[in-house]
Design a protein around this ligand. Sequence first.
Ligand code: SAM
Length: 294
Amino acid sequence: MRLDIISIFPEYFAPLQVSLLGKARLRGLLDVHVHDLRQWTHDRHRTVDDTPYGGGPGMVMKPDPWGEALDTIAPPPSVPATGARSIPAGQATDAQTVDVQTVDVQAIAHEQAAGAEHGATEGRRPPVPRLIVPTPSGRPFTQAMAVELAAEPWLVFACGRYEGIDSRVVEEARTRMRVDEVSIGDYVLAGGEAAVLVIVEAVGRLVPGVLGNAESVADDSFAPGRMQTLLEGPVYTKPPVWRGRAVPDVLLSGHHGAIARWRRDQALRRTVANRPELAAELDPADLDERDRQV
Ligand code: SAM
């Protein structure tokens, strides 16, 4: 899966070099490109924001740099890919402060041109990414959405700052690619970067091959299938007694049916306690059916 992330703080994405996703990148399962939005500004101050029309506090991100960024990374059919503006190496700025950057705009243009040619000769469309725009006013991000996004070959993320991005950017992008405005929760962050890290981690671990044991995904809270709409219950490891607290006997019993039933009960208890609105949606017949399968 290819991921392009556009931000005015590219160094924010250094964590993508470590842990599960860092390893997935080294193994070639995730191809991450982080771009500094300011590359697509043309004034001395590299301005990306301006005052809002209609007045009010704060600043709004200007459409021009965003339009150019998206045109470069995913050129519209009418813009020849080879016409994309190339960025002199010395201008890569913040992008060079962390090793997650592979901002080679000419290479992107070249790839796009190759894709377009390939599409023409094979009678197929060149690849088009899906654009994810984090915003508190977007659709709630869920595990179901993570599963859906993990099946995409190419995602582009647009990290807003200030009061957000001029709305015409999303409007225009929708004319040529699928766009999802996504919220990671009912609170307001200072910028889209933390939201994108959340989304990339949730999606990236679902990309085939990234997790060592694909089974663990099936048992997760919110996982489609067996545990759907149930939160995962408590988990334990060695030693069997820690500070006087013993692991529940059933988990040491070796009785797989009893363990599965206990886990299901614990999941149900936790769901009722922490997410009563999810518990209220549970279908007793569905739960009975799951019990029969245990
Ligand atoms: N004025 C905006 C509003 O009330 O909807 C908030 C803008 S916020 C200060 C700046 C940026 O942070 C947003 O453009 C978005 O990229 C990101 N952001 C903030 N909260 C978010 C959330 N809950 N989910 C996803 N992105 C969020």
